[in-house]
Design a protein around this ligand. Structure first.
Ligand SMILES: [Zn+2]
Length: 392
């Protein structure tokens, strides 16, 4: 390879990386409305984030509920932080602290500097917007709860309410025929009320259909009537829905569950309710390709962000390849940060953008696209697909 060729290639890589890092982002799922303060209130709000905590715990770090004095807690953290240095979250935490607070954690005294800085940012109403601006975040999905935030931050929020057929409603409907009619009426009334409030996108629980407990084709069973009448209502209104999948929820241990039938099972649903836009936010690595295949068959299926156990670089890399090679970029979005504080929103978007920039540079390198093509993919995946799809 000539030196000129290498220079050109590294220029492409540099150009794509700079573009991706500045590109606009639409974050399709967060819990910022549930946190007391959008910003971290202290260092532990960041350092004990539960995904990162798992890696620290795997390196011998004591559980947060183990009683330790602050000095011992800091020592224990520094040991586990060093031992788990290879993990990607570890690198992201280091970059997050450096970028946002110009801090690094190497000695117990470094905590004092970090805590002083976080004390200031946690009380600064403009801090969340400043963080968003640094990483290009323009829109952030939250649930329907009231939030008291600076207007500049509030303008970025997109409310996606959650709708489920509650277990109480299901049980009462199954127990008596009259209650079944009431349940159907209440589902219609609730969906009507969401629609009249102007929500363009709703997060809907489809777990009974994804797991096969409720059949994809309507039948006379009570549960089938409830779920299919909900879907018919969403279809009539042409609603876009977020469908979260891939988790096995348990009272003690939530875990990822691969189920090869999960998405295929829904083919009759995609077909019957063709006016619903189904966006999948997926936690099971084993279903990533199934979602892309469904999106190739059904124009109302949209691969969305990766979630829980699937939020890792190896998953993103394979998902990027699966989507890039076979699905127009406008059909999918990739950011669902699940963040509970603005600092982790920064970290997670930094993570996705870093892996995406590597992927796109590699596609250019291999000759499958050029810088212009790579930029368009980044725009759609990071922002435009969601911005268009979530519009009321
Ligand atoms: Zn979540």
């Amino acid at each position: 390879m000539t030196s000129t060729g290498m220079t050109m290639m590294s220029n492409d890589t540099r150009a794509v990386t700079e573009y991706v890092m500045r590109a606009d982002v639409f974050d399709t799922h967060t819990h910022l409305d549930e946190s007391e303060n959008v910003a971290a209130a202290n260092a532990w709000d960041i350092l004990h984030y539960f995904w990162f905590l798992r890696e620290l715990r795997a390196a011998g770090y004591p559980a947060p509920n183990v009683r330790l004095g602050e000095a011992d807690r800091r020592d224990a953290f520094l040991t586990a932080f060093e031992r788990s240095r290879n993990t990607y979250w570890n690198t992201i935490v280091r970059r997050m602290l450096a970028d946002l607070f110009e801090c690094r954690l190497e000695t117990p005294r470094d905590f004092d500097t970090l805590e002083e800085k976080i004390l200031l940012t946690s009380h600064d109403p403009e801090w969340p917007v400043a963080v968003c601006e640094r990483i290009g975040v323009k829109n952030i999905v939250v649930g329907a709860r009231e939030m008291h935030v600076a207007r500049s931050f509030g303008q970025r929020l997109v409310v996606v309410p959650y709708f489920e057929i509650s277990s109480e409603l299901r049980e009462s409907a199954v127990s008596a025929a009259a209650a079944a009619d009431d349940a159907l009426a209440s589902i219609h009334a609730d969906l009507d009320s969401l629609r009249s409030s102007g929500y363009g996108t709703i997060r809907v629980d489809l777990e009974p259909l994804l797991s096969g407990r409720v059949a994809s084709e309507p039948s006379d069973g009570i549960e089938s009537r409830l779920y299919h009448s909900m879907l018919a209502e969403l279809d009539r209104a042409g609603t876009r829905i977020q469908v979260f999948c891939g988790m096995k929820r348990d009272t003690r241990h939530h875990t990822m569950l691969n189920d090869p039938q999960r998405i295929v099972r829904l083919y009759p649903v995609f077909d019957r309710y063709a006016n619903i836009g189904f966006e999948f936010v997926n936690a099971a690595a084993g279903n990533n390709l199934d979602i892309v295949q469904a999106a190739r068959v059904f124009t109302n299926v949209h691969p969305g962000g990766l979630w829980w156990f699937n939020f890792r670089a190896s998953s993103y890399r394979s998902v990027f390849q699966q989507r890039f090679e076979a699905l127009p970029a406008l059909r999918s979005s990739i950011v669902a940060s699940d963040a509970r504080c603005i600092e982790w929103l920064y970290g997670k978007v930094l993570f996705i953008k870093t892996v995406l920039a590597e992927f796109l540079a590699d596609q250019i390198d291999r000759g499958w696209t050029d810088t212009e093509g790579a930029r368009r993919v980044a725009d759609y995946w990071l922002c435009e697909s969601a911005r268009t799809g979530y519009r009321r």
